[in-house]
Design a protein around this ligand. Sequence first.
Ligand code: GCU
Length: 434
Amino acid sequence: MRCYPRVSAPLFCLFLVTTVTSMLPAQQEVVIYDEAKVPQFTLPDPLVGPNGEKIETAEAWNSKQRPYLIQLFETQVYGKAPAAPGKISYKVTESSDEAFGGKARRRQVAIQLTDDPEGPVLNLLVYLPKTDKPVPTFLMLSFYGNATVTDDPAVMLPTSWLRDNKDKGISGHKASEKMRGTSSGRWPIETILDRGYGVATAYYGDIDPDFDDGFQNGIHPYFNAEGQTKPKADEWGSIAAWSWGMSRALDYLQESEEVDGEKVISLGHSRLGKTALWAGATDTRFAAVISNNSGCGGAALSRRRYGESVQKINKSFPHWFCDNFVQYSHNEDACPVDQHELIALIAPRPCLICSAEEDRWADPHGEFLSGHYASPVYELLGVEGMGVEKMPAINEPVLSRLGYVIRPGKHDVTTLDWQRYMDFADRHVTKAAD
Ligand code: GCU
């Protein structure tokens, strides 16, 4: 295992004063849901470089520290994804200017993910309000495909592998007419269009089906070197692949004259919130990032071990991260990075972290703290950080450039969440108040 001086140099670390009662035994299995049981931990300081040097200028951040942290996340957490294909290849497969009773444009676009014409295709669905101007747009992957986000009958059914779900009419891993609109509660598309935003979405399984098959299906095999059968220990897992796929969608959105390619927001819920954060960290073309209930491996600090831990996530979802991440199961302190540094990688672009009160598995407090401890990087880059010391109360959104909001209720995406996303985007992306 490599040695990371930045982690073992306490002089340069942030000390967190927590109400600690005890250190956890190494093989902790219980889920921590009690703040008093959160172990004492020391976070790596995002503004301390590999040799213990202080990062004191925006120049030093951009030229040295940012690439250094990206490389740590790539090799230790998500795995390194390949470069973008040289040429973007896509086909508009369906188009209408009469969606939603004539108020919107609909575009369905097949984006070729590799140079192989038989290779995987990302089927993007785009709705835009009718206007002559390029439209700022939210890009959000879905869990069950485009046809589930709306009951618009013109939307094509997914053809990739789907997780069986009786309520959604999915069996034998295949789509059916019954699935139409079954996730529409999470997608208030007309409200979004009414506020002047576009929505672009695609099914994450078009990029990589979400189950552990040793990376035999999906995008990974297309990038294996000669004789390689699975990604190396520091190469991309599924989250990195989904993020890479978001960048391919952005390639298209930036070419479309109808979309404002400078104002595309990377957004995601839960595992796709982790994905949205990593996409925004690695691809600075995203104007802003919003993570919803992203939890462990997303916005929540791993060292807190509150709710889902690194050990639990690696055990349940071994394909999400790179193999090197396994060494941090029950061993979070050894990881050279923590998730506040993922948020810092989005700076100085706007970033909104969203939690839900009952979503303890995702550790709302840990999600807040990531933003809090990323704030010095925003400030170094000359913009406001979170600007609050304490976690705000329920339903008191902090819509700073590095924002945080917690609402009542469960792990989900609600219309109230969308209102916050749009309030945030109005302030920091479309009206650019700061
Ligand atoms: C599980 C997993 C979480 C993830 C969530 C989801 O609960 O443990 O890490 O965020 O699924 O994606 O729905």
